[in-house]
Design a protein around this ligand. Structure first.
Ligand code: PLP
Length: 311
């Protein structure tokens, strides 16, 4: 629409997850998803992920090491040519591959490099949006503004399926005003803007405000961080990391295979009334934002007891 039709490449990230549509798998970096579906979208490259136990194990909040990994984007730009790259897409905090917290300065640097080269920056905030890491978005919380934000889950409290994309004014004007007269945006699904989902979304946003949910969750960040990090030193635990009301507990893999120990702990938790998520040997925690300190004590206490019973 703005005369830059050579920009067709997308840059995703290793260990990224943006869902299981073709586009999401293409920019994502989970090998088991990727290997099932052939060549996926063409013209996609990937940044390295930022997870590094050697430098960052047991960091509370954002790690100090790793901001320089964003410089790999310069190498990718040099390889392909900036004028062939449309956008870089990352989750501000990677969720599904085990809570990879962005190193200090990392997202800032991605913003700087993309801006310099006229490349759009997309934050996939499907997990990080709506109070999960503090403000309405991770972008707001961290003070880094992308050009596009994708969102879902917390938008309707996941009670009704709905996703949304927020775009900056210059993209809107480029597409809507730069295109031919007629339909503003040649895109739409059968259920786009579904009235039921839109009503659920509006009601959810009202409740977030009237009940002060983001503020409540934010007031627990310190308590949550201290509680999850109190598990340091327990059997098998090789890392604990956290951001907002999210945490990951990484376990050393069992000699019987990767993921076995994580799954064992998952089942033990489930049988004892605690639902956690196991992604390989990483236990990911992302409890409802209405939680109270007693719930945090219960979650952490139970994991602390049960980890001692895992082989
Ligand atoms: C960051 C992120 N993006 C996207 C999705 C889901 O995308 P889809 O519904 O298209 O598979 C998820 C699901 O967990 C997610 O964590």
């Amino acid at each position: 629409a703005i005369g830059q039709g050579t920009r067709t490449r997308l840059i995703g990230r290793e260990r990224g997850y943006s869902g299981v549509g073709f586009g999401g798998i293409s920019v994502g970096g989970i090998v088991n998803n990727r290997r099932q579906f052939g060549n996926l979208l063409t013209g996609v490259d990937h940044l390295p992920h930022t997870h590094n136990l050697e430098h960052n194990a047991f960091t509370m909040g954002r790690p100090e090491w790793g901001g320089h990994l964003a410089d790999n984007l310069e190498a990718i730009v040099a390889l392909h040519g900036a004028e062939t790259i449309a956008a870089v897409i990352v989750e501000p905090m990677a969720g599904s591959t085990g809570v990879l917290v962005p190193p200090i300065g990392y997202l800032e640097k991605l913003r700087e490099i993309t801006r310099k080269h006229g490349i759009l920056l997309i934050f996939d905030e499907v997990i990080t949006g709506f109070g999960r890491v503090g403000g309405a978005t991770a972008s707001e919380t961290l003070g880094v503004t992308p050009d596009i934000i994708t969102m879902a889950k917390g938008l309707t409290n996941a009670a009704v399926p709905m996703g949304a994309v927020a775009i900056s004014r210059h993209i809107h004007d480029g597409v809507v005003e730069g295109g031919p007269d007629g339909i503003e945006l040649f895109h739409g699904y059968t259920y786009s803007g579904h009235p039921l989902a839109a009503a659920a979304g509006l009601a959810t946003l009202d409740l977030y405000k009237s009940e002060g949910i983001f503020e409540h969750a934010s007031s627990l960040h310190g308590y949550w961080q201290d509680a999850v990090h109190s598990l340091k030193g327990k059997r098998h635990i090789i890392d604990i990391r956290n951001m907002g009301i999210v945490a990951a507990i990484e376990l050393a893999p069992h000699s019987g295979g990767v993921g076995k120990r994580g799954m064992q702990l998952f089942h033990k938790c489930f049988d004892n009334g605690l639902l956690v998520r196991a992604t390989g040997d990483i236990i990911a925690l992302s409890p409802p934002l209405i939680l109270q300190k007693t719930h945090i004590d219960e979650i952490v206490g139970r994991i602390g007891e049960l980890i001692e019973t895992v082989d």
